[in-house]
Ligand binder design. Structure first.
Ligand code: PBG
Length: 322
């Protein structure tokens, strides 16, 4: 035998030398859930270890994450049913608790990278990402609402907008709106290839945002397809996206690879709620080693070509590195 690949695995130090991929805390964006009020910290029952915070406690949480080196956060609001309506009006009400919280976070921690979500679902009485009429999700009419929401979030000081709605043309629409209003520095991380996935279940528990009827298959992508991701990526790139995102991550590593091989923009992957919950649940039962599973998952996402990972593991991973 002339070739013995095991020689390059014979010690920790050699394995270190030949290691191709590393995940750094700098690669991670930590999603956080916000609720209205004061002194609230409510665990998401299907996501052990992940909480919904009121702004006072969220500021503390962000500070403790920063002490671990996490510098990027994506904040999602949980709205009570009473504030939802068919046109998501609360999403651009300047006095709404989400926008006030974004402003407060950016004021206290100007050095962090703050990301927000652009879609109607947390504010919609229909629980859909777009405007509903006669059981259909309207595309072009939704853009107007997304545009207003985007301007309101940009005005609150957000660094990166994350359109997660999958309406056609929204990246270009939002880019134009931002530029016309002087927000030329506000970035867009497009949810480029967002699949209609079962793995968003726990997230919808966290926000009480499950669709009231039907599913999201007329706008989110079919899990069977990868070529379509190239069409979405072409459009987002043309329309001015700064980052392309694939979501979920684990069942779509091939799509991450496809986009990272074909596009010069940084690729992000969203390691979604269900992907977190299944590891947590198995670990609680003693069936999986939580830390090793987490590390292997993040490594696999990075290895497949994602430069950036949105993940609920961020804080646990950062603690582990310390
Ligand atoms: C809202 C949105 C969703 C997620 C991020 N933004 C849910 C959905 O599309 O139904 C999912 C995130 C996760 O599961 O962690 N448009």
């Amino acid at each position: 035998m002339q070739r013995r690949p095991r020689r390059n695995r014979k010690s920790e130090s050699i394995r270190g030398l030949v290691e191709e991929t590393q995940v750094s805390v700098k690669d991670l964006i930590f999603p956080l859930f916000l609720v209205d009020g004061h002194h609230k910290q409510i665990e998401v029952s299907s996501m052990p270890g992940i909480h919904r915070y009121s702004i006072d406690l969220m500021l503390k949480e962000i500070e403790s994450c920063m002490n671990l080196g996490i510098m990027a956060f994506d904040v999602f609001p949980a709205y009570p049913e009473s504030l939802k309506d068919a046109v998501a009006s609360e999403s651009y009400n300047p006095e709404t608790f989400y926008l006030k919280a974004l402003r407060e976070i950016k004021k206290q921690f100007p050095e962090i990278c703050l990301m927000s979500d652009v879609a109607m679902d947390p504010y919609s009485s229909d629980g859909h990402d777009g405007l509903v009429k006669n059981g259909k999700i309207l595309n072009d009419e939704t853009l107007e609402i997304l545009g207003r929401m985007s301007l309101a979030q940009a005005d609150a000081g957000v660094d990166i907008l994350g359109p997660s709605d999958m309406m056609d043309g929204r990246v270009g629409y939002i880019r134009d709106m931002l530029d016309e209003n002087g927000f030329t520095d506000t970035s867009i991380m497009s949810y480029t290839a967002k699949y209609a996935s079962a793995f968003y279940g726990p997230f919808r528990d966290a926000l009480d945002s499950a669709p009231k009827f039907g599913d999201k298959k007329t706008y989110q992508m079919n899990p069977a397809n990868s070529q379509e991701a190239l069409i979405e990526a072409d459009l987002d790139m043309e329309e001015g996206a700064d980052f392309l995102m694939v979501k979920p991550a684990l069942s779509y590593l091939d799509v991450i690879k496809l986009l990272s091989d074909n596009y010069p923009l940084p690729i992000a992957a969203y390691n979604v709620s269900g992907e977190y919950s299944m590891v947590k649940a198995a670990a609680e039962k003693g069936w999986l080693d939580y830390e090793r599973s987490m590390q292997e998952i993040l490594l696999s996402i990075k290895r497949s070509g994602a430069k950036i990972i949105l993940t609920y593991f961020a804080k646990d991973f950062a603690k582990l590195l310390k």
